[in-house]
Ligand binder design. Sequence first.
Ligand code: GDP
Length: 425
Amino acid sequence: MSVTAIVGANWGDEGKGKLTDVFAGNAKYVVRYQGGSNAGHTIINQFGKFALHILPSGVFYSDVVNVIGPGVAFNIKDFFHEREGLLQRGVPAPDLRVSDRAQIVLPYHKLFDGLEEERLGEGKFGSTKAGIAPFYGDKYLKIGIQVSELYDAEGLKRRLEAALVSKNILLQHLYGKPPIQADDLLADLLEDAEKLKPFVCNTTDLLQQALDNKERILLEGQLGALRDPDHGIYPYSTSSSTLAGFASVGAGIPPYAIKNIVAVVKAYSSCVGTGPFVTEIEGDAADQLRKLGGDAGEYGATTGRPRRMGWFDAVATKYGCAIQGATEVALTNLDVLGYLDEIPICTQYEVEGQRTAQFPATARLKQARPVLEKLKGWKTDISGARRFEELPEQAQEYVRCLERLIGVHIRWVSVGPKREQLIER
Ligand code: GDP
């Protein structure tokens, strides 16, 4: 197992942080390859409880090299803020490397993210307002700023001035706000750049060498398959690819090097933000699941927003595993369902009067209704189980049933938020 990608098969918040933290114990490199500080990976270990937003989840192991790859939306202030937070809580200084090709989230990306959501009002996308959509917009418009550009003050100023021409027209005439000058940003950016210098390197070279030396590399995905802009619930998606296929691009690793793709799947559904969510439940049933879910209820690790809740969706999850190219699945939060007499799961959708097990594009997905079946609950605390055989028969059957429906081997079953609460089958 030289290169493993850990990715979400659902809408995000599947528990990738926990799994990456566990797997990082056997890795030499942990790499973030997409997204930015809009992520929120919750990790509970001997140092306490942490929500990582921009740092890779290997930061708790001092012999792991944590890499921010070229595909990441890199926010320098968040990087230092999070790093300081770890040090203050007694975590040894992690080995961190930032790609000189990663691009910077600038203050105006955040500003535009907030202004646009406000302008859209009811039609908003439910952005975390971390500047991610404006950042990736600029990247593909080729007006983004790479880390390496921070070390050429003259060139940086020219590139900022060029980018600000159109931004200022929007600021003044669409949003009714004062314009921004390159000089307003420059001093702060150059100061941050100096601080960042010791962490910056050519991470593509670094990882190529690691591959040559047959070191173990973990690629850590953010969000889930259904948030992918091409294959997910566009436009209620994120702005960078969440798929393992993109890990090769965003990290700088040959596609054929990725041998294992672990799709993290939640034993029920949760989702933050707007967009179609077929198995959604509301009222008391949702409140109860939300309250018991995760390690302290289902609230966004970045935003604190209450997550939308639903039953396990086999149609969406099978599709999510397929587009991830999952070679194996880690099923999380099974312990949470221990309060239910019967557990509904969605096995098919009904769209325009027809039953289907295929996950449709967004326009049709909006009309989909879940076809639910019920499985027997186990009504007991399973958080102490460490072998599959220790689980009650109904819980084992729940896992086997999900496995049959999604068609991928469920190799790990997570029965609590802590590192050790994990069963390998
Ligand atoms: P990520 O972004 O995919 O890492 O997921 P989040 O961190 O946003 O959400 C997962 C939540 O579930 C966190 O609160 C975790 O501590 C928690 N968690 C992870 N695995 C389990 C599990 O097996 N059982 C329970 N009860 N909580 C879990």
